[in-house]
Design a protein around this ligand. Sequence first.
Ligand SMILES: NC(=O)c1ccc[n+]([C@@H]2O[C@H](COP(=O)([O-])OP(=O)(O)OC[C@H]3O[C@@H](n4cnc5c(N)ncnc54)[C@H](O)[C@@H]3O)[C@@H](O)[C@H]2O)c1
Ligand SMILES: [Fe+2]
Length: 383
Amino acid sequence: MKNFDIKTRINFGESALDRLEELDKQKILVIADPFVIKSGLIEHITLRLDRSGKDYDIFSDVVPDPPIEKISIGVSALIKSGADAMVAVGGGSAIDSAKAMREVVEKMPEYSGKHICLIAIPTTSGTGSEVTAFSVISDPDHDKKYPLVDDSILPDEAILDVELVKTVPPGITADTGMDVLTHAIEAYVSTENDEFSAALAEKAVEIVGSFLLRSYLDNNDTHARRKMMNASCLAGIAFNHASLGLNHGMAHQLGAKFHIPHGRANAMLLPLVIQYNSDINKHSKSKAEYPNQVRKYATLARILGLQNFNTITTVRALVNWIEFMMKEMDMPLCVSTMNICSREEYFAAIPEMAEAALEDSCTATNPRTPSKEDIMKIYIDLW
Ligand SMILES: NC(=O)c1ccc[n+]([C@@H]2O[C@H](COP(=O)([O-])OP(=O)(O)OC[C@H]3O[C@@H](n4cnc5c(N)ncnc54)[C@H](O)[C@@H]3O)[C@@H](O)[C@H]2O)c1
Ligand SMILES: [Fe+2]
């Protein structure tokens, strides 16, 4: 038997943030990305909390790819505040921090049976963390990133308000938008995919095809930015149900070891992982039969308007389109052009990254079972 739940209530559309005024909570801890404070975006939150007379504290010791150390500082702040609700406002890093903090505190004996309500408010359109049971935590001492996965991590509510994503600069719009695309594609070809997650993933891919470049080119294109926020959330629900795949398993290691932003690492791997999963590259000839994931990649290509001569050329068109999008958005296609490490450093890290990618929980639902050597080859091709 299978089931499909959406536990998180999603508040979206015009004035969605007004939902904060309706919260029936005594004490709130706001977990905010430092950018949210510095830019004044926090006022969108505090205005509503003040207007409805809420008592709140603000915690903003949040960094990208949140490490264990920052989570434990956050845990102390959460206990000290005595909050019965948390409002996490920021990108995936702020929301994941809040999720991990709550998870630790709720498991303490003195909190037994108490529930701290979590409201997630994304300020990037990428991770879908506002609707997922995932929280990705870094262990910098060991150059590792771990996805914590448990339904208890799911936020109670999400608020999608376009006012908060208007400030996202082009580089972060590109990275996070490609993260949305990777979520949708990986969920769609995952071994756990079914019609329910597929419907959400297809819609997310369609929106990315129409609105990512528009969002990238113009901060003030509110319509495109709202669409990308919705796509991020739809893809989040899709992969929360169907999980992800090798692309994320490998991207986590590039983030942990070389600090490549999450969405950028996913985008750079995506053409290579699609070629690996489909076993289709520029030298391929047509076959009588293809595995399921090949048909699925071809369906997504058609949704993007890339209908082509036959299955091989259609999957090739999808890979070419992804590379085209990356070039249009000035994203690097390989590690060597990024000037982040020497060739020696990168190649020395490959065996360990491949080992960790193989063990990463996302890799388990990849449609093709990779060996360590397969993964090493993809990392080598990425250089
Ligand atoms: N929980 C999940 O389901 C899930 C899924 C995918 C990725 N992740 C994790 O999420 C993290 C990445 O999240 P992200 O891509 O949202 O980036 P992020 O939260 O790390 O933020 C990236 C940068 O964008 C800035 N920023 C955030 N909002 C902004 C705004 N409105 N305007 C301008 N700048 C803004 C931040 O200050 C930061 O410098 C990674 O740790 C990744 O592993 C989690
Ligand atoms: Fe992701």
